[in-house]
Design a protein around this ligand. Structure first.
Ligand code: KG4
Ligand code: ZN
Length: 335
């Protein structure tokens, strides 16, 4: 069988990433140039700074990805690129670079939805079995996606306000933790207890939607009130209580979704899928669904990376999805 080789691009936020994927499921290279340090002093991602870093990094990332995979332009089958959702200026750099490579080397261009990329990271470990469900939790998204078949995505639940990762980053700031705060808060949480019993918004509601802004406000108010009266609260217990509330809601809604939409596979994807508390909880819960297998995207592929875009890109290519020179970034892209 001829080798299918995708050169893929991801620049939707603060990672400049280029990868080479073989036959849709094997990573030959996955270069990720992170800009986190440049954004940390601002407490979050600054779009203009992100775009500038992408411009500086993209060319060397392409060279590193091809060299790392030991592949030449002539051997490539297609070029895949994230065109949304994300920061428009950041997305534009990847889209422009991908269009240039595709045009110069007469290769088909495949536009990829960033969230489809997060989900398809799972196929870099094992084939996805359909029907499948994905819980996509990241800095910008919290979504339950039902996939009856390959290349079919139905959002059955989403956040009404903050994304789960965004809530982690915001409460982390109150604890004096640098952006992105998800991992340090997760680590703190493992040393504490749920003593604060923060609200679990919408947990009992008969739908699959989420809301994290009330939890975030309850957390921030608790810390500010303690500051005002000079009381010292345990950061470990605060983190554990916050995490328990997030994990409870994510797990409860996912269970409810699995009851209504029985699937062969549940995929946990996105930056927050690296959360140990969430991984442990879903592993326990899924035991109650004998026909459903849990696919936890490996930690190294939870955050933004181009390998996942190549994995989704190869699938979309087979389904005839193509872009051309008019392809543009679409910051609010939906499925
Ligand atoms: O998917 P991602 O890399 O970028 C977006 O598309 O948003 O996700 C980044 C988010 C950040 O909010 C970060 O704090 C969060 O993922 N995150 C975590 C953990 N590791 C990263 N949140 C909770 N627990 C973690 N271990
Ligand atoms: Zn992402």
């Amino acid at each position: 069988m001829a080798r299918d080789l995708v050169l893929s691009f991801e620049t939707s936020c603060d990672e400049t990433s280029v990868a080479v994927i073989e036959n849709g499921n094997r990573i030959l290279s996955n270069i990720v140039a992170t800009q986190i340090k440049s954004h940390q002093r601002f407490g979050g991602v600054v779009p203009e700074v992100a775009s500038r870093h992408h411009i500086e990094q993209i060319t060397s990332c392409i060279g590193d990805a091809l060299r790392g995979a030991n592949v030449t332009y002539d051997e490539l089958t297609s070029v895949a690129v994230t065109y949304g959702p994300g920061l428009v200026g950041a997305l534009l750099i990847g889209v422009t670079a991908a269009k240039a490579v595709a045009w110069a080397h007469h290769l088909p261009l495949v536009p990829v939805n960033h969230l489809a990329g997060h989900i398809y990271a799972a196929r870099l470990v094992e084939p996805i079995e359909f029907p499948a469900m994905a819980l996509v939790v990241s800095g910008g998204h919290t979504e339950l996606v039902y996939m009856p078949e390959e290349n079919q995505f139905q959002i059955i639940g989403e956040t009404r306000d903050d994304a789960a990762g965004e809530a982690y980053d915001k409460i982390g700031r109150v604890l004096g933790i640098n952006y992105p705060a998800g991992k340090p808060v997760d680590e703190l949480a493992h040393k504490g207890q749920d003593t604060f019993h923060f609200p679990r918004a919408m947990d009992a509601d008969d739908n699959f939607d989420f809301s994290f802004s009330g939890l975030k406000s309850a957390f921030i108010n608790t810390v500010h009130h303690a500051d005002q009266i000079g009381e010292k609260l345990s950061h470990e217990d605060l983190a554990a209580s916050f995490q328990q509330a997030v994990v409870d809601v994510l797990a409860d809604k996912t269970k409810r979704a699995l009851k209504e939409f029985p699937v062969k596979q549940l995929i946990l994807a996105g930056g927050v899928a690296a959360n140990q508390g969430l991984r442990d909880r879903l592993t326990k819960e899924i035991a109650g669904f004998s026909d459903t297998k849990l696919e936890l995207v490996p930690l190294s592929l939870c955050g933004d990376n181009a390998a996942m875009i190549g994995a989704a890109g190869e699938m979309l290519y087979r389904h005839g999805v193509r872009g051309d020179a008019t392809l543009n970034a679409d910051p609010g892209l939906e499925f």
